[in-house]
Design a protein around this ligand. Structure first.
Ligand SMILES: [Fe+2]
Length: 321
C-alpha cells in the first residue's frame, strides 16, 4: 500500500512544463446500478454523489473516476493534474499553440483550463495534488520457503481492493497526432509504441504509462487499469469478478511494454477493467527513450490470446445498432 503507508513527497522535474497526473476521467453509462455492481465487486469504493457514481479506492482520498447516466456508454472527459505554479504557463502554451479554450461540460466547475484534444475529447487541466505515484509502487509475491506452506488458505484472503488507478487507455482517431498533441499541449512523453497503440508517461515521475492511446475511428474508453500489489491479487481479482458473473476476461498474462502482470475483466459495456501489478516506473529525473516496437514482440510476454473484441471500440458509431 505504497500510497497509504507513508507520505511520499511529490516529485517534479524542475523547470519543465508537463502535467503530473491523470487526475480523473468521466464517462456515462445507461444504468448506474449496473456500474455500481461491477465496480464494487471489482474492489473499488463506489460513492453516490449528486446523482453520479464516484470511484475511489479504499483508504485513499482521491476520486479517480466519475460516472453519470447517459443513453449509451461514452467517454466524457479526461482531467489532467498540474502543479499550481504551472497554471499560467499552460495557459500561455495553449495560446502559443493556437489551442482554443472551451467551457467545461455543464455542471462542472470553471476553475480548470478546458480544451478539446485533437480527437475532440474534452480535456481539463486543473491544479491538483499529484495523484500519480512519485515512486515505484510496492510489489511483492511471496515465495515459498523450505518446510513451510507459502500459500494461505483460500478462506483467509479477503476481497482484492486495488490501491489506486493506474492508467487509462482511450481510443483515438489519429495515433501520431495524439502523441504529438499530448506532448506539445500537455508535456507528456512517449514511453513506447507498437502497432496501433502508444503509451505516454508524465515528466514529473509516473508509471510507464498513465495514459495510452489505441487507434480507432472514434474516441472511446478501451480500458481503465487499477494497481494491485501482487500476482496473487491479479489472479484473485479475476476470480472474485468471475464469481459475480463477470467471466469474460483476458489474463493472466504479462505485458512487455510496461512489464506489468495483468488480468482484464470485460465490463458490462464492452470495454475492460484491468488488475495490474508491478508496472515499470519512470522517475522525474530520467529521460526514457520512447521507441517503436514490433507488435508481435511487445503486446504480451506470456498469457492466453486476447479475445477478438479486446480491440473493439463499442463507442464507435459503427458499433451502434
Ligand atoms: Fe493497461
Amino acid at each position: 500500500m505504497t500510497q497509504i503507508g507513508g507520505f511520499i513527497q511529490p516529485t517534479r522535474r524542475s523547470g519543465a512544463l508537463g502535467v503530473h497526473s491523470v487526475d480523473h476521467f468521466a464517462f456515462s453509462v445507461p444504468d448506474l446500478k449496473i456500474a455500481q455492481h461491477f465496480y464494487t465487486n471489482f474492489g473499488l469504493e463506489v460513492r453516490e454523489e449528486g446523482g453520479r457514481l464516484e470511484l475511489y479506492t479504499h483508504g485513499h482520498p482521491h476520486r479517480w473516476t466519475s460516472i453519470g447516466e447517459g443513453p449509451r456508454k461514452a467517454l466524457g472527459y479526461i482531467s489532467l493534474g498540474i502543479f499550481e505554479e504551472d497554471h499560467d504557463r499552460f495557459k500561455a502554451n495553449f495560446e502559443r499553440l493556437g489551442i482554443a479554450r472551451i467551457d467545461p461540460p455543464p455542471g462542472l466547475e470553471r476553475n480548470g483550463l478546458w480544451v478539446l484534444d485533437c480527437n475532440g475529447i474534452p480535456v481539463e487541466l486543473k491544479v491538483a495534488e499529484k495523484s500519480s505515484p512519485s515512486s515505484k509502487s510496492e510489489f511483492s509475491q511471496p515465495g515459498g520457503g523450505v518446510g513451510v506452506r507459502s500459500a494461505p488458505l483460500r478462506g483467509a484472503n479477503g476481497l482484492v481492493r486495488p490501491r489506486r488507478m493506474a492508467h487509462l487507455l482511450v481510443f483515438v482517431r489519429d495515433l501520431d497526432a495524439s502523441i504529438q498533441f499530448y506532448a506539445e499541449a500537455f508535456g507528456m512523453r512517449l514511453s513506447d509504441r507498437a502497432g496501433g497503440g502508444a503509451f505516454m508517461h508524465g515528466i514529473h515521475g509516473s508509471d510507464h504509462h498513465m495514459l495510452a492511446f489505441g487507434q480507432s475511428d472514434a474516441p472511446g474508453i478501451q480500458h481503465c487499469s487499477w494497481d494491485v500489489g501482487s500476482v496473487d491479487d491479479v489472479g484473485a481479482g479475476a476470480m472474485q469478478m468471475a464469481e459475480q458473473g463477470y467471466t469474460t476476461g483476458w489474463g493472466l498474462g504479462r505485458h512487455v511494454l510496461g512489464s506489468n502482470f495483468f488480468h482484464y475483466v470485460r465490463d458490462p459495456w464492452g470495454s475492460w477493467c484491468e488488475y495490474s501489478a508491478d508496472i515499470d516506473y519512470i522517475p522525474a529525473d530520467m529521460d526514457w527513450e520512447g521507441r517503436a516496437h514490433p507488435p508481435e514482440n511487445s503486446f504480451f510476454l506470456w498469457g492466453p490470446e486476447p479475445p477478438a473484441e479486446f480491440h473493439m471500440n463499442f463507442e464507435s458509431p459503427k458499433m451502434y445498432f
